[in-house]
Structures are given as C-alpha cells and as structure tokens.
Design a protein around this ligand. Structure first.
Ligand code: ZN
Length: 217
C-alpha cells in the first residue's frame, strides 16, 4: 500500500469538492458496506461521472493509498486495474449512456464508444445533442446478460447507468430487474439530475448520494 500525503491527484482526490459524497463512499468501502445500487444525483457537471469512475477504481485497485489508520482513502491511479478503469476500458465496467437514434446494434456500439471517448478526455463534459438521446433497451439487456457470468476472482463489476432521465421506460424495466436481484460482486451506479423523476421502485432500492452545487466565490 502507498501512504497518502493528501495532495496527490489520485482519482477521488482529483474530483473537485463533493467531500460529503467522497466521505460516504470511502467509509462504506472501508467498512465493507458498499450498497449494491447507488444513485448519484445533482445538476450536470458536478462530477457524478468522475465519482463513479473513481469509486470503481477504489474498489478494484491493487494498491489503494491509505491514511495513518490503514483505511483506504483512494485508488492508486497507477495499477493495471486503475489504469484500465480510468481509461474506461476495464472489462468489468459497463456503461449505459444516452445516444442519438441509430440504425443497428453496431451503430449503437460505435455511438457509445464515441461517448466514452469524449468522457475519457473530459469526464466533466456535458454531452448534448440536437437529436433526442436515449439509453437504448438493447444496451440495458446486454448489460443484464453480461452479469449472468461472475466477474473474475477479486474483481468487482461496476455498471454505470448515466443520466437516468434519458432511459426509456422499457429499458427501466430491464434495469429494475437487475436492481431487484443484484448480481453477486456487482455494484450498480445510477446518475440523475433529480431522483424524483425516476420510478419510485428504483429510488427506494438505491442508496442516494447528493452532489451539491459548488458555491461561487
Ligand atoms: Zn490502483
């Protein structure tokens, strides 16, 4: 383990503000009480995506950085798992993101890759389009299918559903089944601007974590 000196740009530490959210996630991780489903909510651009990626890194890091008491405070940002997670190429991290209308499954796959590429370069980027963006049902189904296979030993699977308000009702049904019977060794992270817009069943089965606006100086 690497001792933390408080100033390194490790994944969680690199996120601007949101100290309460970081503290909740660190404490849950250290006490072995991570929820199976989280709902990160708050305005766009506050770091919900970055926090989801940083949490995935923390729980899969090979050498987390620790404080004096030995508690893990952050992922190292350097090991193979961290590297792949931060690069959005970790095989056990799946992303359901809103994409524009598409003609085929392969079309959808390349639109998702484009989205991930944008987020890889700039995790805080708010991706918008003049066309209607939705999280396609095929993506939700594919993710559900993947979870039937256990992740490799010592690995936790992380599934990120980003911008839940863009999810079609049919996809939400498929997600609901996933949340109701959480697959082993899997953490589901949902992000949304306002939890009130989501199905009550989804809200009640998630641990909600608020992202606060950063006050102007
Ligand atoms: Zn690491």
């Amino acid at each position: 383990m690497t001792r933390w000196n408080g100033s390194e740009l490790t994944p969680l530490n690199d996120i601007y503000g949101q100290e309460i959210a970081k503290k909740i996630l660190r404490n849950s991780f250290n006490s072995g009480r991570l929820a199976s489903t989280y709902l990160f909510y708050g305005d766009d651009g506050l770091g919900k995506w970055a926090m989801a990626v940083a949490l995935a890194a923390l729980i899969n890091c090979e050498k987390p950085v620790t404080d004096e008491s030995g508690a893990a405070v952050d992922a190292c940002g350097k090991c193979l798992n961290c590297h792949q997670i931060l690069n959005l190429s970790f095989p056990e991290m799946s992303f359901a993101v809103p994409i524009p209308p598409h003609r085929s499954e392969s079309d959808a796959a390349s639109l998702i890759l484009e989205y991930l590429e944008e987020k890889r370069k700039e995790p805080y980027k708010i991706i918008t389009s003049t066309r209607q963006l939705t999280i396609p049902i095929s993506v939700a189904r594919e993710i559900k299918r993947k979870t039937a296979i256990k992740p490799p030993e010592g690995t936790k699977r992380v599934i990120l559903f980003h911008q839940m308000e863009k999810m079609l009702a049919a996809s939400a049904d498929s997600l609901l089944k996933l949340i109701e019977e959480p697959p082993p060794e899997t953490i589901i992270i949902l992000t949304a601007r306002d939890p009130e817009n989501l199905l009550p069943t989804i809200q009640s089965r998630s641990q909600k974590i608020a992202f606060r606006s950063i006050a102007a100086p």
